[in-house]
Design a protein around this ligand. Structure first.
Ligand code: ADP
Ligand code: ZN
Length: 207
């Protein structure tokens, strides 16, 4: 059962949803729920949902609402939801947004804020194609824009293992951008109508 506030992060791949979510976690004690992370964990664990999602994710398309909702509800049933949640990468379709409203209404709650990270598509391909993270603490890095101070060592935790997502190729990013504009961008108007939308210019450099 979710606890207020419920913050939604909207934005195309590379806009910095994960980075913003981590800052909100640190600043406000909220818990990040990333459907992308939950799906990647399901793929790695080889669950039924993971097996069904794998090829769709590799193609840069959207996993079915049914699978995503099941995986998110399972996570939201766990007790460690902090002082509220940040939904990173969810909802991504009108159907998911409606399902979220129903889920929250059943608990006497609603979306507190939807933050739209506004960026230019062209810049996103370069951002996503060069990015990688520390395998230990999850700190984000980039081949061009943000290398660790000491090569091969994480600034934050000293870890030396890094990882890249299988779907972070230029080709797949273009596919994900198309999916974003077709299916997710309409949610910006949906939350604007509910008067919970905040737009942020997210074109600045990675801090
Ligand atoms: P990004 O925003 O950089 O594309 P995510 O980690 O949020 O990265 O998502 C990675 C992939 O996981 C998506 O391309 C899609 O296949 C799948 N996915 C994540 N969240 C959802 C969602 N809410 N609905 C459908 N598919 C999703
Ligand atoms: Zn680290």
């Amino acid at each position: 059962m979710p606890v207020a506030p419920v913050v939604i992060l909207l934005g195309p791949p590379g806009a910095g949803k994960g980075t913003q979510a981590r800052m909100l976690e640190e600043d406000f004690g909220l818990v990040q729920l990333s459907t992308g992370d939950l799906l990647r964990a399901a793929v790695a664990a080889g669950t039924e949902a993971g097996v069904r999602a794998k090829a769709v994710m590799e193609a840069g398309q959207l996993v079915s609402d049914e699978i995503v909702l099941a995986i998110l509800q399972e996570r939201m049933a766990q007790p460690d939801l902090g002082r509220g949640i940040i939904l990173d990468g969810f909802p991504r379709t009108a159907g998911q947004a409606a399902a979220l409203d129903r889920l929250l209404a059943a608990a006497g709650q609603k979306v507190t804020a939807a933050i739209s990270l506004e960026v230019e598509d062209e810049a996103m391909v370069a951002r996503v194609a060069g990015r990688y993270t520390c395998a230990t603490c999850g700190e984000g890095y980039h081949d061009q824009f943000k290398q660790p101070a000491r090569a091969g060592t994480c600034d934050k935790c000293g870890g030396t293992a890094f990882k890249r997502r299988a779907d972070d190729t230029a080709e797949t990013v273009r596919e994900r951008l198309t999916a974003y504009h077709a299916q997710t961008a309409p949610l910006i108007a949906y939350y604007d109508e509910k008067a919970v939308l905040q737009r942020i210019n997210a074109m600045g450099h990675i801090a």
